[in-house]
Structures are given as structure tokens and as C-alpha cells.
Design a protein around this ligand. Structure first.
Ligand SMILES: Cc1ncc(COP(=O)(O)O)c(C=O)c1O
Length: 380
């Protein structure tokens, strides 16, 4: 089956009892045994649930993975992957990972003896130089949130194999429609299903995909032991959102490209970061390993903080909202919104400059998004 068909159909068969075309929402904590030692494949929803199983099978098929495991958030997925490690283990990580991920690494996992080094994973030599005898994981986000840095996954896979490391990839920004890291040698793929995969701002969720049975078994053990599982209702809502993933991604990509070009030509904008633009530093890698560039753009306003504030207060169609990857266009200015409490020096060190704006291009008519930005930029 081709990808578009797998998205709509894989892992989903009519309900055997009623013929319902969509899977039932099994909102139940437990399952009654037929007799001691004999159940119908399910015993307790923390361990497994039929609605979650359909989502896990569907996501695995879409990613081209043998196994899928779902979690209650993208962060719970990242946390559960890191639980494959033990105290003393070291991870080399992309330096521009999503802020919630670096906060988790530095402020939670570091307390349990895990160590992290952050490097620009677009530079394979920097990755090699950071590897130590106790390094076990190479953690790559591509494209990154919010600076849209792109990493060559085949190069990372070669390094991981050479040094016997696990290669984990957060592929949330790309989705399996545009990037399939397992085909490029990754061991583990993570998604925040909160974003493009569910697509309608309707749930918080996460998923881990792998082809390795040993990793799957360990992740299933971690999933049922820790219990950061999504509700059956949330799984069903992700399944519903997924049905149009390919259609939505095509629109995000088309509009993303048009808006990135518009911003690049705008006199209020100093720089645009979008992997589809030839000016992007890793455009060639992105073009070679991705089938599209999705709808995430970040750009730098010439006017710094006042311009960012003015833009945020002038947009009407673009929603001032923290998430991304949904049907609605959303915009954030980290310096005055998500990172307003972070001291300027620390914020700048992370590349979150005063004029940085992150735009998640939705699936509205592109002309309306462009008109909103054009009008609001006049105030910036
Ligand atoms: C790249 C990336 N990974 C992981 C996460 C965490 O996902 P969640 O908010 O579903 O926990 C996010 C959230 O923004 C993200 O952008």
C-alpha cells in the first residue's frame, strides 16, 4: 500500500461486531477474563487498549515501522525513550531541541545521573568530537524548534553505528509524509502527535516508532510501568485527524513555501529560516532527505522586541498561540511570549533573538494569511 492509502486505512478494519467503519472508543479501565489465565488479548488499559492498539498500528504503518507505542504527550514519549538509559549514560543532543526537551534533560534527567552534551548536529565533526566512552544515545531533532536547523540523518546513522549508539530522532516538524528517519538508519522516531499528526489542536499526545524488537519490548515495559498513556478518546481523536494528514501536509507545504518567499522579500524582515528556501544553510540536505518542508517558518524582524510586539498585536487571522502543526495558522514571538521570563542573555545564547518570530502556517486560504501578515507587518 502507498503512503496515502496507509494513512487512511492501515491497521483499521471494520468493527467485527457492528461493521462500524471507525474503531470503537473503548473507554474502559479493565477487561473481564473468560477464565483464569484466559483473556481476549487485553487485561488493563494502562498495559494496552483496543483503541490505542489501532492508533499504534496505524502510526507504525504510516512511519514504515514495525512497532508503534503511544504516550500521553510528546514529552512523555521523549521521557520514556530516555528511560532506556541508565545513570552515568551520556547523550549527544542537537543544541536547538524544543525548549521543553532541553528543560527535561537538564532539570529532571540530569538529577538521575544522565549526562547531556549539546552540539550543532548539522556538523558531523562536532557530533564525533562530543562522543565519550559512556555515550549511548545520539538525540537529533530535525527540523528543530524553533530555528529550523536540519540534520543529515544518514551521516548521524553512520556515526551511531560506528560508536554503537542509539539514534533517536524527534521528527515532529517533518511528519512521516516528508521524512522517514527509520529508512535513513534511525533506531527510534518520536513524534508529538499534538502537532501535525492529530492536526486540529484537539489533543496532547505522543508516539515512539521503531523497527527493533528489543527496543519495542523495553518501551512497552516502560509504557505499562510508568503509565503515561493516552486515553482511548484521545487515541480516537488522533486517528480521526490522521485520516487527512497527507492532504493537510501538502497544503502546509505549499503555503509554507509561498509565505517564506513573501517574508524573505519583505523589508521589515532581516532573515527567514525555512528548509525549502535555497538560502537555508542546510537546504541541500533538507531537499535530499525530505519530500517536503511543511509549514513551520521562523523569521527575524529588523525592529527587535517593539516590532515583535507590534506584529503580535496587529495580526487578526494568525492566532497568538503556543502550539504548532494545526489547521489554524499560529504565531509566537518568543521574547515577549514563551520566553518572556528567560533573561535576555540566556535567551540570546539559545538563538532566541529579540526579533525572532515563529509561524505555524495553517491550511486557510494562503492569500488570507499573506494579507494578514502584510497588514500586520506594516505596524512592525
Ligand atoms: C519538536 C517537539 N518535540 C516535542 C514536543 C513536546 O510535545 P508535547 O507538547 O506533545 O508534549 C514539542 C512541543 O512543542 C515539539 O515542538
Amino acid at each position: 500500500m502507498k503512503l496515502d492509502t496507509r494513512i487512511v486505512r492501515a491497521g483499521i478494519s471494520p468493527d467485527p461486531t457492528t461493521g462500524a467503519i471507525l474503531p470503537p472508543i473503548y473507554e474502559t479501565a479493565t477487561f473481564v477474563l473468560e477464565e483464569v489465565g484466559r483473556d481476549k488479548g487485553f487485561d488493563y488499559t494502562r498495559s494496552s487498549n483496543p483503541t490505542r492498539q489501532v492508533l499504534e498500528d496505524n502510526l507504525a504503518a504510516i512511519e514504515g515501522a514495525e512497532y508503534g507505542i503511544c504516550f500521553s504527550s510528546g514529552m512523555a514519549s521523549v521521557d520514556s525513550v530516555m528511560k532506556l538509559l541508565s545513570a552515568g549514560d551520556h547523550t549527544v543532543s542537537s543544541n536547538d531541541v524544543y525548549g521543553g526537551v532541553s528543560r527535561h534533560f537538564n532539570r529532571v534527567l540530569a538529577r538521575y545521573g544522565l549526562e547531556f552534551t549539546y552540539v550543532d548536529t548539522a556538523d558531523p565533526d562536532a557530533v564525533r568530537a562530543a562522543i565519550r566512552p559512556e555515550t549511548r544515545m545520539l538525540w537529533v531533532e530535525t527540523p528543530t524548534n524553533p530555528l529550523l536547523q536540519v540534520t543529515d540523518l544518514a551521516a548521524m546513522s553512520a556515526i551511531a553505528k560506528e560508536h554503537n549508539l542509539l539514534l533517536g530522532v524527534d521528527s515532529t516538524f517533518a511528519t512521516p509524509v516528508f521524512l522517514r528517519p527509520l529508512e535513513l538508519g534511525a533506531d527510534i522516531v518520536v513524534h508529538s502527535t499534538t502537532k501535525y499528526l492529530s492536526g486540529h489542536n484537539q489533543i496532547i499526545g505522543g508516539a515512539v516508532l521503531t523497527n527493533r524488537e528489543d527496543i519495542y519490548r523495553e518501551m512497552k515495559f516502560i509504557q505499562k510501568t510508568i503509565g503515561a498513556v493516552p486515553s482511548p478518546m484521545d487515541c480516537w481523536l488522533v486517528l480521526l485527524g490522521l485520516k487527512t494528514l497527507h492532504l493537510r501536509m501538502a497544503r502546509h507545504n505549499d503555503s509554507g513555501m509561498k509565505i517564506a518567499r513573501f517574508l524573505e522579500a519583505h523589508d521589515k524582515v532581516a532573515q527567514v529560516r525555512y528548509p525549502g528556501l535555497p538560502s537555508h544553510p542546510q537546504h541541500n540536505i533538507a531537499a535530499a532527505q525530505m519530500d517536503g518542508f511543511a509549514g513551520m517558518i521562523s523569521f527575524e524582524l529588523k525592529g527587535g522586541i517593539p516590532a515583535g510586539k507590534a506584529l503580535m498585536n496587529s495580526v487578526e487571522l494568525c492566532a497568538l498561540a503556543e502550539s504548532l502543526g494545526a489547521v489554524e495558522t499560529m504565531i509566537t514571538h518568543p521574547a515577549t511570549m514563551t520566553h518572556a521570563e528567560v533573561p535576555a542573555e540566556e535567551r540570546h545564547a539559545r538563538g532566541l533573538t529579540d526579533g525572532l518570530v515563529r509561524l505555524s502556517v495553517g491550511i486557510e486560504d494562503c492569500d488570507d494569511i499573506l494579507a494578514d501578515l502584510d497588514r500586520a507587518l506594516a505596524a512592525a
